[in-house]
Write a protein that binds this ligand. Structure first.
Ligand code: UTP
Length: 289
């Protein structure tokens, strides 16, 4: 069955960015001048997925406004003759067909996914976590759709991680079936390095069969009282095969201030309009320190 819909979970508190996220969504923090959530919406669209469901919550109105029309701003830009900026503003509105659903209590990623159940219905779907930004020639989700087409099962994105990083990831026990493709034998959430079953950590891109919803409904709150997606996946694994795909590309963990800063610097350096001057500035900083 073709993947037509994507869920983007954007309802979390973003506590690692407080106080910046007290009154504005983490997902709207920009890498240079584009909000994180726009990068993942663009990845979904570039992967051929046109219907996008964003899970939001209290205090996240800016996300809806970002992808909506702004007559006043468009008018002001037209008056000024800023056609390039006008185009940028209009592009965000035309990007995709987006629906929003509110997660009324932040009970975890698994719960956020479950919130989208009625809008997804009985079909497989893509899931994007907007604090993982992936740069790649072929969009990461498009690569994963290729795996889904061949295996017809849920697919989760993985990347190799250093042993000491295991506590920040869900880690899989893999059985390799092809280059970059593994059958998932089990999943462990945030293991100590000595308990990690491999060096393959899960990152924020998934293709999930609709049976995940039944599993999430059965999942009891785990760490921190939250319904963990990994726990739902572990239940799903008892019923269906799950595959892991080691995508080609660079993933930026923009969910932490350090990862966000690193990504901001890398993205700025790659920008033709800013990169050369920014590089010069960074080199000067280096000299004076
Ligand atoms: P994170 O745990 O990285 O995001 O969840 P967070 O909870 O917003 O951030 P911290 O940990 O407090 O700093 C990964 C993704 O899942 C969403 C988040 O918005 C983020 O995109 N999420 C998380 C929800 O939508 N609902 C939740 O209840 C929890």
């Amino acid at each position: 069955m073709k993947i037509r819909k994507a869920v983007v979970t954007a309802a979390g508190w973003g506590t690692r960015f407080l106080p910046a996220t007290k009154a504005q969504p983490k997902e709207m923090l920009p890498l240079v001048d584009k909000p994180m959530i726009q990068y993942v919406v663009e990845e979904a669209v570039a992967s051929g997925i046109k219907q996008i469901i964003i899970v939001t919550a209290l205090g996240k109105r800016a996300i809806e406004d970002h992808f909506d029309r702004s007559f006043e701003l468009e008018y002001a830009l037209k008056q000024k003759g800023s056609s390039e900026l006008l185009e940028k503003v209009q592009q965000t509105m035309e990007l995709a067909n987006i629906s929003y659903i509110r997660q009324k209590e932040q009970l975890g990623l698994g719960h956020a996914v479950l919130t989208a159940k009625e809008l997804i219905g009985d079909e497989p779907f893509a899931l994007f976590l907007p604090d993982d930004i992936i740069e790649s020639k072929i969009p990461a989700m498009k690569q994963m759709l290729g795996v889904y087409d061949r295996y017809g099962s849920s697919v989760i994105a993985v990347q190799t991680i250093a042993p000491e990083e295991s506590k920040a990831y869900g880690v899989i026990a893999p059985r390799q079936v092809e280059k970059r493709i593994y059958q998932v034998l089990s999943l462990v959430e945030k293991p100590e390095p000595e308990d990690a079953p491999s060096n393959l950590g899960i990152v924020g891109r998934y293709i999930l069969t609709p049976e995940i919803f039944d599993m999430l409904e059965k999942t009891t709150p785990g760490k921190g009282g939250e319904i963990q997606l990994t726990d739902g996946l572990r239940l799903l694994l008892k019923k269906q095969k799950i595959y892991a795909y080691q995508f080609q590309g660079t993933r930026h963990d923009t969910g932490t201030p350090l990862g966000f800063l690193k990504a901001s610097v890398e993205f700025a350096l790659k920008r033709p309009d800013l990169g050369p001057r920014f590089k010069e500035y960074l080199q000067q900083l280096n000299l004076s320190n």
